[in-house]
Write a protein that binds this ligand. Sequence first.
Ligand SMILES: Cc1cc2nc3c(=O)[nH]c(=O)nc-3n(C[C@H](O)[C@H](O)[C@H](O)COP(=O)(O)OP(=O)(O)OC[C@H]3O[C@@H](n4cnc5c(N)ncnc54)[C@H](O)[C@@H]3O)c2cc1C
Length: 381
Amino acid sequence: MTTASKPRIVVLGAGFGGLELTTLLSEALGDSIDVTLIDKGDAFVFGFSKLDVMFGHREPESVRLPYSHYAKPGVRLLKRTITGIDPERRRVTTDDGVFDADYLVVALGAEYDFNATPGLSGTTEFYSVPGAERLRGVLPTFTGGKALIGVCGAPYKCPPAPSECALMLHDYLVKRGVREACEITLVLPLGTPVPPSPETSRALMAAFAERNIDFVGGRRVASIDNDRNVATLDDGREMPFDLFLGVPKHRVPPVVLESGMSENGWIPVNPRTLETKYENVYAVGDGANTGTPKAGVFAEGAARAVASALIARLRESGDVVPYNGFGTCYIEFGAGRIGKVEVDFFSGPTPTGNYYEPSVDLRKDKEFFGSSRRARWFGLG
Ligand SMILES: Cc1cc2nc3c(=O)[nH]c(=O)nc-3n(C[C@H](O)[C@H](O)[C@H](O)COP(=O)(O)OP(=O)(O)OC[C@H]3O[C@@H](n4cnc5c(N)ncnc54)[C@H](O)[C@@H]3O)c2cc1C
């Protein structure tokens, strides 16, 4: 423990996991703790906002939630790029200072490994903010031909997102009066769109069939030839395209790789407690290998578990609530309708899912999902 009077908690990454964790710590412990939240960015952007920006439903500026709005007792949010993590000593090096922690939480998410897929950096992807903004400019020029939505590896963030992209692209092309001149194909490494919920997968497959969207499951894009505009799948099949909407292969950020914390690409943790093998070092969110999907709702659930452990520890009382591996995902089905799936990864011997049919009413639920977090984390109405 430190000689300073307040325990020092350092949280790396102000995304879904880091924002929720620090909010909970502040609510419970306020000024009695010393929490440092570090992120290299200026603003948080919801993953689903990338689809809205790409299809022109939202302006890029309007989806940014600036960190300048984040104000929580006991927490300071610093803009720094993390350049080194020493998990044994719980010491973090940044481009502006070194931070020592009594408790360290790594919530740095997943990044994209463009080099893992030859040719990918020469084409278009929609999983990063710059990628979605670029496609926003490219899409209006697409008036006919083959659109290929191609996932380059699993696991990837928000498993339903590529399916949502296909359905939203259909609507976008219909609205522009060019759908008849276009083909849409979705290549997914998963055998079905949402494996834990066969009902959701069936509904998505039916929606693809109704809209004449080709689904190639159990395959990934292995390389792209930008001279010929051809993607090659991992079984050698060649797929020509006129428009490519890629999902890059994911991995932990390089600083995590270099720290030695990751194994086989991800940080091993106890899935219930989020403890790493290093004393008083936790990992939550997309970078942690919990066996649950890489999605914001799951990052939040893991953050809740770590918050309860730290709060109980610091108060020397109270219950520790383990991570339950449960999450709710909203799925854009197009035509303004939203479906919902609740997935439970830990209760039974295999993951299960409850599916709710798409409706216009569920859009309000999805909007509340976003607005409640805007209010809770940033005090924005
Ligand atoms: C198209 C798309 C749609 C999605 N839709 C949904 C959805 O509907 N529902 C849902 O729940 N999830 C959705 N997601 C997934 C969701 O966005 C992520 O799973 C979630 O953000 C993960 O949270 P996290 O805290 O692990 O990491 P992140 O939110 O990615 O946060 C990590 C933070 O670490 C920071 N960072 C990384 N490296 C460094 C460094 N070296 N120094 C300083 N800071 C650093 C980053 O700047 C970032 O702010 C979607 C994702 C995409 C791409």
